[in-house]
Design a binder for this molecule. Sequence first.
Ligand SMILES: Cc1cc2nc3c(=O)[nH]c(=O)nc-3n(C[C@H](O)[C@H](O)[C@H](O)COP(=O)(O)O)c2cc1C
Length: 403
Amino acid sequence: MGDSDRRFEQPGHPAGPEEWRELKDRALDVAAEGITIADGRRSDRPLIYANEGFERMTGYPVAEVLGRNCRFLQGPDTDAASVAEIRAALAEPRECVVEILNYRKDGTPFWNRLSITPVRDASGEVAHFIGIQSDVTARRQAEDGLRLAKEMLDRDLRLAARVQQALLPPADVEAGTLRIAHSFHPCDELAGDNVGIVPLPQEQMGLYLLDVSGHGIGAALLSFTLNHLLSPAVEGALITEHTAAGVAVVPPARVAASLNRQFPMDRTRQYFTLVYGVIDPSSGSFRYVTAGHPAPVLMPRGGPPSAVAGAGLPIGMIEEASFEDETLTLEPGDRLYFYTDGAIEALNSGEEEFGHARLLEQLGRWRDRPLRAGLDLVAASVRAWSGGRLKDDVSFLAVERVG
Ligand SMILES: Cc1cc2nc3c(=O)[nH]c(=O)nc-3n(C[C@H](O)[C@H](O)[C@H](O)COP(=O)(O)O)c2cc1C
């Protein structure tokens, strides 16, 4: 009995060599894998052994395959590169593992994970090759199904992202004495952020920035819905109402309260933050509500930027939440900025946040640039801070009252 046979020995149960051979043959035959041995010294390496597993897998009776090269399993769609890889490994010779499309005797294809190992004799010459065949068709089909599903999902997401982009307001808007601009940077295909610039009765303008918790399809669906509800004069819209005197603008705090009633978190599993305000271009008066959203930043003409008042719970979080309007007046030359928390929470490689102070510094630095160009520069510095890998959507909206 050779050295390698020792591992079969059980103390107290010495078996004769014949009994061992039968036992090993039995073990080879019950294996689910195909096990084959080819003669490495004869030309074209004919098979000299195939187990029952090979027969079960391929449908070829063992007697029919002995003496033949195993390439008879290949067929019309077998990848020539895989065959070439085996050929190169056998010529060297070295061990190789490939997944190759093979055909059973009845013609049905199957994926064969084939490993071939050269075995040397005492003189070092390659005397045999041992092949192990595993049918991995089910796994390959599952992978193909997964890949196909992912491709379809990606296509849908790209389409939805295009719709989302199409619903954004123009990046630059002029309305009387107002210049309004936004800069919108989703971190994924679909954004949970949304921005709106909405013409209202009496030349007023509605402005909002909102940020739905989470990302992806759920966040985008809620964001699309809000886009509709925050549009003027559409069925079900919340920001205007019909009164005896005609169409009137609903005060922002009431809009926030309605949304809070319509979208409780226990129904939507999401909440959102919102800043929504209405500006009158003739007086510069701005009435707004913030709901869990970073307070807007006012940059007075010639003065340093600073956050203005803004408190209030995110929408959907608490049923009894109440919302208050704030007011301020934009003087000629003043700018007001809104941003989503993705801007200040962007992390650099050292896990440090971009932060509020850096945001104010950036807004101040680009104050002489046109509104939109300035926003894009601030957004670019946030993106650079995060090494180009934003983990949250980053959006800005700004309004300037010109003299
Ligand atoms: C032991 C052994 C088992 C093999 N088993 C398979 C197999 O299951 N399926 C297959 O497509 N090729 C198998 N091959 C590879 C082919 O026999 C052949 O080597 C390959 O097609 C490359 O050579 P060729 O270009 O001359 O055809 C095996 C080769 C050896 C040595």
